[in-house]
Design a protein around this ligand. Structure first.
Ligand code: S3P
Length: 426
């Protein structure tokens, strides 16, 4: 499966209950189970490459895992030194959070990843961790994986991060749980907060005061996690885009996390004119419910705030911008350049190939809405680029190559797309 042709359609109506489970929560659920001496139970775990790699890693560091295909039960007597090199595959979240979890564990650990992950910046976690006593190293003076970690005693900290990154925040919170005193982490804008919610739910003493998170180190192990992973809003968003760009279309996305740090892209879509409503169904660690999206005429918008709340959805949102009336501007989104691909370049090049006028900036782009045209798009190994342009194909037809990456986050994506249109694999 290296190339797909997508046929255009006029309109569709659909309810989807099988959106991929949330990737951020799935990674955390297996890692945080290592902090409890009880049996954690995880339902609806995302069985995609990234998160299965995290599950494999916790097995290698001493977790006992029972999996009946529905519920994953995890118990551990603490972190053990692994026999294997720990392979995070394509996942920045996996690698950066494991740095935080392992930096205070007894033993020596090596974290590696695929050719894309080995090029992504790691100093954002290795530097603050080293500053509190962690013994971490990697290629390029600690910037690049493979990374090696020798567990060490960690000092209490008051750290101010320059970037709003949930991965950095989570790595530091995990380190703080084993530090020698109360720790404070500050960020410039609130990033996604699953770590704080889940660890608090397990009994950790974590206080959030605006942009400041105060963490008291653990005295005992935490209560086990009992969680049903909700659907991933970043995956659901591709189908929201499909309904938003096709006149007379309507979709219901079921069981999605409605965590306010995750649904900003749906809010942006509403600002562009789409008809969007939410139905709250549950609220344990996170609010969970259904999202309804109905087509309405779209206009351009400016996006410059709360960027970390919609960073993963910007490639798909750029397809909506291309279909909207007028100009759209994305600013302050330089973090896009260090995702699974340089997503400013991949979005700009992809849209230009589809006949759209786009200006590229260091920290974003300007898109002039017009008629999308069929093109051949290479995903550059980036799952969100591949899926965004497949969705654009519903409007105008599209050929997309380099598709394996979709398995990192959304293995049943094509099953769901085939409920809407025909696709041909070459
Ligand atoms: C994630 C945080 C975000 C996001 C990534 C998942 C997480 O990255 O882009 O897909 O689960 O913590 P940053 O924290 O680096 O912004």
């Amino acid at each position: 499966m290296s190339k797909v042709t997508v046929l255009p359609i006029k309109s569709f109506s659909l309810n989807i209950s099988e959106i991929a489970p949330d990737k951020s929560i799935s990674h955390r659920s297996v890692m945080f189970s290592m902090l409890s001496s009880g049996v954690s139970e995880i339902e609806n775990f995302l069985r995609a490459e990234d998160t299965l790699n995290s599950l494999e890693i916790i097995k290698n560091i001493g977790a006992k895992v029972e999996d009946d295909g529905k519920t994953i039960k995890i118990s551990s007597n603490g972190i053990e030194e692994p026999f294997e090199i720990l392979d995070c595959g394509n996942s920045g979240t996996g690698m950066r959070l494991f740095c935080g979890l392992l930096s205070s564990a007894n033993g020596h650990f090596i974290l590696t990843g695929d050719k894309y992950l080995r090029k992504r910046p790691m100093k954002r976690v290795t530097s603050p961790l080293i500053s509190i006593g962690a013994k971490l190293d990697g290629r390029g003076n600690g910037e690049l994986a493979p990374l090696s970690i020798r567990g060490a005693s960690l000092k209490a900290f008051d750290y101010e991060s320059k970037i709003a990154s949930a991965q950095v925040k989570s790595a530091m919170i995990l380190a703080a749980l084993r530090a020698d005193g109360t720790c404070t982490y500050r960020e410039p804008e609130l990033s996604r907060d699953h770590t704080e919610r889940m660890l608090k739910g397990m009994g950790a003493n974590i206080k959030v005061e605006g942009l400041k998170t105060i963490i008291t180190p653990l005295r005992n192990s935490l209560s086990p996690l009992k969680i049903r992973v909700p659907a991933d809003p970043s995956s659901a968003f591709f189908f929201a885009v499909a309904a938003a760009i096709l006149p007379d279309s309507y979709i219901v996305l079921e069981g999605v996390t409605l965590n306010p740090t995750r649904i900003e892209a749906f809010k942006a879509l509403k600002r562009m004119g789409a008809d969007i409503s939410y139905e709250l169904m549950d609220d344990k660690y996170e609010p969970v419910g259904n999202i309804h999206v109905k087509y309405a005429p779209l206009h351009g918008i400016v996006i410059e705030k709360n960027i970390s709340w919609l960073i993963d959805e910007l490639p798909a949102l750029s397809i909506v911008m291309a279909c909207a009336e007028g100009e759209s501007l994305v600013k302050n989104a330089q973090e896009l350049r260090v995702k699974e691909s340089d997503r400013i370049s991949t979005v700009v090049e992809g849209l230009r190939a589809c006949g759209i006028e786009v200006d590229e900036y260091k920290d974003g782009y300007k898109i002039i809405g017009a008629e999308l045209k069929k093109a051949e798009i290479d995903s550059d190994g980036d799952h969100r680029i591949a899926m965004s342009f497949i969705i654009a194909g519903l409007k105008c037809g599209m050929e997309v190559t380099d598709l394996e990456c979709i398995n990192t986050s959304f293995p049943n994506f094509f099953e769901l797309i085939q409920k809407i249109t025909q696709v041909k694999f070459l």
